[in-house]
Write a protein that binds this ligand. Structure first.
Ligand code: UDP
Ligand code: MN
Length: 387
C-alpha cells in the first residue's frame, strides 16, 4: 500500500514537473514573439517617424503655375524656417503624437464612411449634383467643344460652365449654361479663386445635394460620378477628391509667421465634390464671395484655399477617392481595364510629350487628347465612334 502510494506520488510529481516545464517553455515562446513583434512595430514606427517623404514647404509636386511670388513673405520677415529645411519646431515626440491623432481622426473618418454606408440614405441620382466647370474665354473653342461633344451630353441640365466673358455662341451651345463670372481671364490665384467663389455661390443657390467642381480639361464619367457619390450621405459632411501631393501641404501661418499650418487639399484639376451639409457649414467663411478673401489671406490658389477652409478652419477631413484623376498623374499608368469605374480623367502636353490615356480608338490626329476615344469606349454606339 505504502509502496503504491510512493509510486503514485512519484508519478504526480513527474506530471507536475512536466506541466511546469511546458508552461515555462510556453512563456519563453510568448516572450520571444512579443519581443519580435515589438521590434517589428518599432521599425515600422521608426519609418513613419522619419517619413519617406520630406515635409513639404510650398508646393513642389504640382506645376505651381498659379503660385505667385506674393505667397512669399516680405523680405526681412523672419519666418523661422530656412527654405527647404525642417523648422524643427516640433520635437519627435510631439510629431508622433500628432501623427497618432491624425491616424485616429482618419480611422474615425473611415468609421463615418462605414456608418454612413450602413444607414439608410437618400438614393443619389444625377439630378442631385451641381456640376461646375471652370473655364476661360481662350479655352471655349479648344476645350469646351470636346466636353460638349462627350460627357456634357449626359449631364446637360446639371452642368454649368464658369467663364470670364459673354459668348453668345457658347451660351447657345451649352443650352444657356455659360456663366460670366466677370473674373479676370488669367491663371493667377486671384482669378482662379474668383471663379471658385462664383461656382460655390451658385451651388448654394441651387437646391442640389452635391457640388462637384471640374476643370475644363477633365472628362467626367457621369455614371461613375453618380455611383461614387451614392456611397456617401449628403446629409453628412463630405469633401471628396484626390490630393496631388504625398504629404499634407505645409503653409505659413500668416497670423503668426513662425508657425506652420498643414492640411490636405483635393487637387482642382482632378475634380472634387462637397456635400450640401458641408457646403452649408462653409457659408460663414466662404459664402457670398468671401472665398476670395480667404484666398487673399493665405495667398494660395483656389483648390488649396478650399482645403484650408475645410480641413484647417472647419476641421473636416478630405476623403480620398482614388477614381479622380488629374493630368498631374501619368495617364499612361491608368488601368485601361477599369476605365468605366473611374470618375474623372484629364490630359496635358509637356513640350512635345502628351500625357494622355493609352487607349486605341480614333486616330490621334482626330483625337489628340484621347477623350473622344474614351467616350467611344464607354459608349460605343455614338455615331462618330464608328471608324
Ligand atoms: N483657367 C482660367 N483662366 C486662365 C487659364 C486657365 O480660368 O487664364 C482655368 C482653365 O480653364 C482650367 C483651369 O483654370 O479649368 C486650369 O488651367 P490649365 O488646365 O490651363 O492649367 P493647370 O493648372 O491644369 O496646369
Ligand atoms: Mn489642366
Amino acid at each position: 500500500m505504502r509502496a503504491q502510494d510512493r509510486t503514485m506520488r512519484v508519478k504526480i510529481r513527474s506530471l507536475v514537473q512536466q506541466v511546469a516545464l511546458a508552461c515555462a517553455a510556453l512563456t519563453v515562446c510568448v516572450l520571444v514573439f512579443q519581443n519580435l513583434a515589438h521590434s517589428v512595430r518599432e521599425a515600422g514606427e521608426g519609418e513613419r517617424a522619419s517619413p519617406t517623404f520630406p515635409v513639404i514647404h510650398g508646393w513642389p509636386e504640382r506645376a505651381p503655375r498659379s503660385l505667385n511670388r506674393d505667397y512669399e513673405l516680405p523680405a526681412g520677415v523672419d519666418n523661422g524656417v530656412a527654405a527647404g529645411e525642417d523648422d524643427g519646431s516640433h520635437d519627435e515626440g510631439a510629431g508622433m503624437e500628432e501623427e497618432e491623432e491624425e491616424e485616429e481622426e482618419r480611422r474615425r473618418g473611415l468609421l463615418n464612411t462605414l456608418v454612413a454606408t450602413a444607414t439608410t440614405k437618400p438614393a443619389t441620382t444625377l439630378d442631385d449634383i451641381f456640376i461646375s466647370v471652370k473655364t476661360t474665354k481662350g479655352f471655349h473653342k479648344t476645350r469646351l467643344d470636346l466636353i460638349l461633344k462627350t460627357w456634357f451630353t449626359l449631364a446637360r441640365q446639371q452642368t454649368w460652365f464658369f467663364t470670364d466673358t459673354d459668348d453668345e455662341d457658347y451660351q447657345k451651345k451649352t443650352g444657356g449654361h455659360l456663366v460670366n463670372t466677370n473674373c479676370s481671364a488669367s491663371h493667377n490665384r486671384r482669378a482662379l479663386c474668383c471663379k471658385m467663389a462664383s461656382e460655390f455661390d451658385a451651388f448654394l443657390q441651387s437646391d442640389k445635394r452635391w457640388w462637384c467642381h471640374f476643370d475644363d480639361d477633365n472628362y467626367v464619367n457621369v455614371l461613375q460620378l453618380v455611383r461614387s457619390l451614392a456611397e456617401y450621405d449628403p446629409l453628412l459632411d463630405w469633401y471628396l477628391g484626390k490630393p496631388s501631393i504625398r504629404a499634407p501641404l505645409e503653409i505659413i501661418n500668416r497670423d503668426n509667421v513662425s508657425q506652420r499650418i498643414s492640411f490636405w487639399f483635393a487637387t482642382g484639376g482632378a475634380g472634387f465634390c462637397i456635400s450640401r451639409s458641408l457646403g452649408l457649414k462653409m457659408i460663414p467663411i466662404a459664402g457670398g464671395g468671401k472665398f476670395i478673401s480667404v484666398g487673399e489671406k493665405i495667398r494660395l490658389p483656389d483648390d488649396v484655399t478650399m482645403g484650408y477652409i475645410i480641413e484647417h478652419i472647419l476641421r473636416k477631413k478630405l476623403t480620398v477617392v482614388d477614381e479622380f484623376h488629374s493630368h498631374l498623374e501619368p495617364m499612361r499608368f491608368l488601368n485601361t481595364d477599369s476605365l468605366a469605374r473611374q470618375v474623372s480623367f484629364s490630359y496635358s502636353q509637356y513640350g512635345s510629350e502628351m500625357n494622355v490615356l493609352p487607349i486605341d480608338g480614333l486616330q490621334s490626329r482626330l483625337d489628340p487628347t484621347r477623350l473622344l476615344s474614351l467616350h467611344c469606349l464607354l459608349f460605343p454606339s455614338i455615331s462618330y465612334c464608328a471608324t
